[in-house]
Design a protein around this ligand. Structure first.
Ligand code: GBH
Length: 524
């Protein structure tokens, strides 16, 4: 079996890693304890931002209150309940629409600097269009923002975290080229309403998940599953929509209020299965498929989609009898319009895999974007499994990921806009504690290398509606008791540990919280 063979080769790569670690260890003991001390003594720089992140559909609830209309997630959970593992919905979720003051209190307990949350488009614009602004929806976010500012917590708004108004979906959603204008219209309302007090905006959370998960497969709403077609049409429109919303901010609101506007990508860490040239090339192709197709148009030197991907899809499309490529390139004018439209690089990082073209099997749908690149992935057995099937703890993955950004785009300001671990529940979440510590060690390693990492947002403040996994996978620093009508939030061990890291600006691997009673420290 080729898989076994490559597992063995993967084992070799890991063995190589161990040998390197052993060498480092030996070196460290040679210069007596110093290494350990230096590592332990490392501090996050002044001004480094610590935060937590959430998203509207995952926490707000109040799905039809005060004039909000249905979005694609409301529509999915109501019309296709079997698509959600536990047949749950986000109708109530964490009820943050009503409990936002408790949420802010939790942030004060943690001592965070900044809160990243997203806005529900259909709460602000119930028709999807900017013909009518729902003042009650705007008021909810005003209340939240004012509550944050009262306690010096810096709000960072994501305009779009996957909850498209259903009415726009019925018109094609991200596959309709007009979405570029619809998004700009929505962005204008958002900037008009909030940019006097909010200084950081992210246009879109994870274009790759919007396009690939939602249109190119069926792992996110609207479950379109137009493999090899939907993700590529969406990839074009979403880059243009982002750029248009960026230009609007940059031209009109930045001069007036200051502030920044950026874009956030999901990046898994991809490493070659072996040291061969083929596997290194496989890493490049998987990178192009996974995130560079979305970020190259904005951050690469020449703009546009990745060259190899364009060529591969054109070739495959022709061989499959399509009269034109399934991935339509930008015009030169569009390339120039999109390039450079982000004030920082936002990265959501969780997991990783080893890749190789020899792991490719013909099991992929034809056409599909994985079939286009002909690369397969594997996860070594010894990577710790989280509660989410897709999520294993890859050693050093945070550091590797941050270095990939630097390698591809040079030095630019980076925000880690999400990072966290999933469990089945329970307060004693030692695996999550370990995960946060290693990820943050990776951040320190990257800072040591001179990367300009400005902040880190833990995903997530509390357990929430984990998309198709419903409430079965928990990502919270705070546990939410869904059986309790009060939806009581209880800090996990990881909450105490994160608080300690924020307070000391250091990672103490031996820190054990002495209490399970959370309090708000002075000054918060
Ligand atoms: C984030 O995305 C989201 O922004 C956030 O809303 C979410 O709650 C959080 O992750 C935790 O999931 O093909 O089934 O193997 C993370 C991005 C999630 C992208 C998993 C790839 C693979 C799904 N990644 N996904 S599957």
């Amino acid at each position: 079996m080729p898989i076994n063979m490559f597992r063995r080769l993967g084992g070799l790569a890991i063995l190589h890693g161990y040998i390197m670690k052993l060498l480092v260890l030996l070196l460290c003991s040679a210069v007596a304890v110093t290494c350990g001390k230096v590592r332990q003594g490392r501090k996050f720089p002044d001004g480094f931002v610590f935060g937590v992140a959430t998203a509207s559909y995952q926490i707000e609830g109040a799905w039809d209150e005060d004039g909000k209309s249905e979005n694609i997630w409301d529509y999915l959970v109501h019309n296709n309940p079997d698509a959600i593992v536990d047949r749950s919905t986000g109708d109530v979720a964490c009820d943050s629409y009503h409990k936002y003051k408790r949420d802010v209190e939790m942030m004060r307990e943690l001592g965070i600097d900044s809160y990243r949350f997203s806005l529900s488009w259909s709460r602000i614009l119930p028709s999807g269009f900017a013909n009518h602004v729902n003042e009650a929806g705007v008021q909810f976010y005003n209340n939240l923002i004012d509550e944050l500012l009262k306690y010096n917590i810096d709000p960072i708004i994501t305009l779009y975290h996957w909850d498209l108004p259903q009415k726009l979906q019925e018109l094609g959603g991200w596959l309709n080229p007009l979405v570029v204008d619809w998004f700009e219209d929505y962005a204008r309302v958002v900037y008009e309403s909030f940019s006097d007090r909010v200084k950081s905006f992210i246009t879109i959370n994870e274009p790759g998940q919007v396009c690939y998960d939602g249109y190119g497969t069926d792992i996110k709403a609207p479950l379109l599953n137009a493999t090899g077609i939907g993700e590529y049409i969406c990839a074009r429109h979403i880059a243009l929509a982002h750029a248009k919303a960026y230009h609007l901010y940059n031209n009109v609101y930045k001069p007036k209020y200051g502030g920044v506007c950026g874009y956030t990508f999901a990046m898994d860490s991809v490493a070659p299965l072996t040291d061969s040239e083929e596997d290194k090339y496989a890493v490049e192709l998987m990178t192009q498929h996974q995130w560079a197709i979305y970020s190259d148009p904005v951050f690469s030197k020449d703009g546009g989609f990745p060259k190899e991907l364009l060529e591969l899809v054109a070739k495959k499309s022709a061989a499959q009898g399509f009269p034109r490529s399934r991935l339509i390139d930008f015009t030169e004018e569009e390339k120039a319009y999109i390039r450079g439209t982000s004030d920082f690089y936002g990265v959501n990082h969780y997991t990783g895999s080893l890749v190789s073209s020899s792991l490719y099997t013909s099991q992929y749908a034809v056409p599909s974007s994985l079939d286009d690149i002909e690369v397969g992935q594997m996860i070594p057995d010894d990577w710790l499994q989280s509660a989410s099937a897709w999520f294993q703890k890859m050693p050093d993955s945070m550091y590797i990921t941050l270095k990939l950004i630097q390698k591809r785009y040079g030095d630019l300001p980076i925000y880690i806009t999400e990072n966290g671990w999933s469990s089945y529940g329970g307060i004693d979440d030692d695996d999550r504690v370990d995960y946060y510590r290693s990820a943050l060690e990776g951040v320190l390693d990257a800072l040591d290398d001179g990367l300009n990492i400005k902040g880190y947002y833990a995903w997530s403040l509390m357990d929430n509606f984990e998309w198709l996994a419903g409430y079965t996978e928990r990502f919270g620093l705070y546990q939410v008791d869904y059986d309790d009508p009060e939806l009581t939030r209880t800090p996990r061990k990881s909450a105490f540990v994160y608080k300690h890291i924020i307070k000391t600006r250091m990672i103490d691997p031996d820190y054990e919280p002495e209490t399970n009673v959370m309090t708000i420290d002075e000054g918060h």
